[in-house]
Design a protein around this ligand. Structure first.
Ligand code: F6P
Length: 485
């Protein structure tokens, strides 16, 4: 990730995220295959090359033995990645439990788990303890690799405790923290038993950034902390004499060039040709999502079914390709969702045969699919930015297809003028939007695409990272000046 030019001295950046940009698969005692990880954070951070960057995180695999840990560390070093080794029990309690069964649904407005509330309440303490323990393990690896002057950039809801661990060890460390998910309104957030401790830990950072929902975040910091004397100031939040800048939201982007370049590769062109033959005579609609309840896959498929029911002439003229990448498969909610989606897909295919569902695609196949798509459906029930919408737009320079986009994805703020915005819960509205998108005149498609393409190619991940890191550097300098006064 992030090609480096060694001729120019660059600032060292330690990116710390739960998941490394590559996931490891063990081939033998000491050999490993590395695959690019799936997800928005990886898609954004892969484009950063203005820094001398290292990525610290979990490789998605349990490696209990010394030979395995040593050989994986070496294999990852070639990619400038540094592993944090988490054992099965920690992964179960921290990642499956606290991160993905508690924080994830809460931050996406689904509330605390609905079923078996008492069991959740009982396991809450042990999961939170594991969360803190895991965050300390990340901190230990950062401390081991940190050099004076480095910028340490912590990412996401998995690592809210990390800024505190880092600052307690070395108060001079420049620490930023960035949230890639929505931040919920207070009425939701305040149900979290550990709300105060977590927010206070984040505020140990020098700079906090969000994609959106900044107002909720600020208000919640002030509300939670007002009990203990913390105050909102025009510059940020002040807690026990320590000022954390809560900066304006930083909208994330992708490395759009990577997609544009891929479309010129012979293998991608061949793939495009094959897809065009396969779908000849039919319009192609596309969904690309991790198989996650926030993505609204069942609702999307039901809207497609409704569209076909109401518009028989389209039944053999359109196909929906839904890529649903399995994710967090050990969490029961995700297992339930997977069976639900399979059931609906089977039923609709029994009726119309117009749906193909797939588990995953490699990068080149994905670019080809984006390029032949007429209508992309990004209908998350609640989402961070949703960079799939950006990837689709980047690959549409020749086709100028239509983007149907949820108003609850962060991208609605940036691509809303070019997309058709929908409420994903409203199946009737989404079905009608499908009809509108499929019959949209070419000049309107062109105009909408131009708006989105300009945004995606100018607001890149590179720009996002540079802005955040430069604000972090400035914040630290300002804080030093303030303490000298
Ligand atoms: O912010 C959301 C995120 O952490 C992104 O990295 C990505 O969209 C997804 O979640 C990845 O999930 P996981 O690492 O649990 O597979």
């Amino acid at each position: 990730w992030g090609k480096q030019d060694s001729r120019v001295p660059k600032q060292r950046l330690l990116v710390v995220a739960n998941r490394l940009p590559v996931s490891a698969i063990r081939k033998s005692e000491d050999s490993w295959a590395l695959e690019i990880s799936v997800g928005g954070l990886v898609s954004a951070l892969l484009g950063i090359n203005e820094f001398e960057a290292r990525w610290i995180g979990w490789a998605g695999v349990n490696v209990p033995d010394e030979i395995g840990q040593r050989s994986l560390t070496e294999a990852l070093a070639e990619k400038r990645c540094i592993p944090v080794f988490l054992d099965e029990e920690i992964v179960h309690q921290y990642y499956n439990g606290y991160c993905n069964n508690i924080l994830w649904p809460l931050f996406h407005y689904l509330g605390l788990p609905q079923e078996d509330r008492l069991a959740t309440t009982r396991s809450f303490q042990s999961q939170f303890a594991a969360y803190k323990e895991a965050n300390q393990m990340f901190a230990d690896v950062v401390n081991e690799h940190y050099r004076d002057g480095d910028v340490v950039w912590c990412h996401d809801y998995h690592l809210m405790f990390l800024p505190k661990c880092l600052k307690e060890h070395n108060n001079k460390m420049k620490v930023g923290w960035f949230l890639h998910t929505p931040f919920p309104s207070s009425e939701i957030h305040r149900t979290l038993p550990s709300r105060s401790e977590l927010l206070r830990s984040v505020l140990a950072a020098d700079l906090v950034g969000t994609l959106k929902d900044l107002q909720y975040y600020e208000l919640e910091c002030q509300r939670v902390h007002s009990y203990s004397g913390a105050q909102g100031t025009p510059d940020g939040v002040e807690d026990q004499g320590k000022l954390t800048r809560v900066a304006a939201a930083f909208p994330i982007g992708i490395d759009s060039e990577r997609f544009v370049r891929a479309l010129e590769l012979p293998q991608v062109k061949d793939h495009i040709k094959e897809l065009k033959e396969r779908f000849a005579g039919r319009k192609v609609m596309l969904g690309v999502d991790r198989l996650d309840m926030i993505k609204g896959i069942p609702q999307k498929i039901l809207a497609f079914e409704k569209f076909l029911e109401e518009n028989p002439i389209w039944r053999d003229k359109v196909v929906l390709v839904q890529i649903a990448v399995p994710t967090r498969t050990d969490v029961p909610e995700y297992q339930k969702l997977s069976s639900q989606v399979h059931e609906i897909v089977g039923r609709i295919n029994g009726r119309f045969g117009s749906l193909t569902a797939d588990r995953s695609l490699d990068f080149h196949a994905l670019c080809a699919l984006y390029a032949v798509t007429d209508v992309a459906l990004v209908t998350s029930l609640r989402d961070g930015m949703n960079l799939v919408s950006y990837e689709f737009v980047a690959c549409q320079a020749s086709k100028k297809g239509v983007l149907i986009l949820s108003e609850f994805a962060g991208a609605a703020q940036s691509l809303g003028a070019g997309a058709i915005l929908v409420n994903p819960w409203n199946v009737t509205e989404v079905a009608a939007s499908i009809g509108y998108a499929l019959t949209m005149p070419a000049d309107e498609r062109e105009k909408r695409h131009r708006h989105n393409f300009t945004h995606v190619t100018t607001h890149t991940s590179q720009e996002w990272a540079e802005t955040f890191v430069s604000e972090l550097n400035d914040t630290v300098v300002e804080a030093q000046l303030r303490t000298r006064q």
